[in-house]
Design a protein around this ligand. Structure first.
Ligand code: UTP
Length: 292
């Protein structure tokens, strides 16, 4: 299937408790990373991979996200009246990006439950899931490779990243075997947020998935797992021991903007690389770091 036919699902209905109180009245996916909300980067990444039908799963404070992808006539009129075409273009960019749809999760019963809410929109087709608070630097490629692996094999493909073993308890962890392709592994088992001593490896599951539609039937019967939530990892574990799951090992830059420290790093790294802000920020950063 060409990626033009593949739909992307962006779950953005989590509670964002790690970022309270900022996320009391605003979803963490709307926190600005330099001058765009995190979720806009994720939508842009989908579009760069050739996907332009996107379903966002909304939770509480849902209007923040849907408003961002809507037009704002009074603001646009005002900027157009002032001849401020640069800012007008930035306001309109999020509206024109893709064909964006919304649905609600209702209650935050877990990532697996959020993905299941996409069933009627996705239908009987392979689809991508992209977590709305997980940014992959646009200079580093991931989703296209995952779509290629799915097109080649027909299998579910997940994204993995090697992490410090002391941090594996914060992720899903994968047991893997090598394949003939470098940085593509066969996933033989998955466990959600294991203790360091129980982890099958230090390969952590990160927020990009290319899923075959069989996952929906599995999710329908997946019982709440870790944290009382319906875990996507548990459904993927069933696929790993059944049809098979591939993992693409990502070695690029990734930012978990739902984590405060990673969020700060994301802003600094992305701003330092920007043409408009980098030339002023980089020397300031050097001075600042020298005084630490
Ligand atoms: P997280 O594990 O980051 O959980 O969710 P969270 O509840 O959003 O955040 P913390 O840990 O309390 O700070 C991973 C992804 O799954 C989505 C989140 O929005 C995030 O993109 N999610 C999670 C849902 O859409 N629904 C859920 O019920 C749970």
């Amino acid at each position: 299937m060409s990626s033009a036919k593949i739909k992307a699902v962006i779950p953005a209905a989590g509670l964002g408790t790690r970022f309270l109180p900022a996320t009391k009245a605003m979803p963490k996916e709307m926190l600005p990373v330099v001058d765009k909300p995190a979720i806009q980067y994720v939508v842009e990444e989908a579009v760069s991979a050739g996907i332009n039908d996107i379903l966002i799963i909304l939770g509480r404070n849902k209007n923040n996200i849907s408003n961002h992808f809507d037009s704002v006539p009074e603001l646009e009129h005002n900027l157009a009246g002032k001849g401020d075409h640069d800012r007008l273009q930035r306001v309109q960019a999020s509206t024109d990006l893709a064909d964006i749809h919304f649905t609600r999760q209702g209650e935050p019963k877990g990532l697996g439950h959020a993905v299941l809410r996409a069933r009627s929109h996705v239908g009987d087709a392979t689809f991508a899931v992209m977590l709305g608070d997980d940014l992959i630097d646009e200079r580093d490629e991931l989703l296209t490779t995952m779509l290629e692996q799915n097109a080649r094999t027909g299998l579910t493909v997940i994204a993995l990243m090697e992490v410090d073993p002391d941090h594996i308890h914060m992720y899903g962890a994968a047991a893997v075997e090598p394949t003939d392709t470098p940085d593509v592994v066969r996933v033989t088992g998955l466990v959600e947020k294991p203790k360091k001593e129980d982890a099958p490896s230090n390969y952590a599951v990160i927020g990009r998935y290319v899923l075959t539609p069989g996952v929906f039937d599995i999710l329908e019967r997946t019982e709440p797992g870790k944290g009382g939530e319906i875990q996507l990892t548990d459904a993927l574990q069933e696929l790993a021991v059944g049809d098979g799951v591939l993992g693409v090992v990502f070695r690029g830059r990734r930012y978990d903007t739902g984590d405060r420290l990673d969020y700060i790093k994301a802003i600094v790294q992305l701003a330092a690389a920007r043409e408009d802000l980098g030339p002023d920020l980089r020397p300031w950063l050097k001075d600042f770091a020298a005084d630490l």
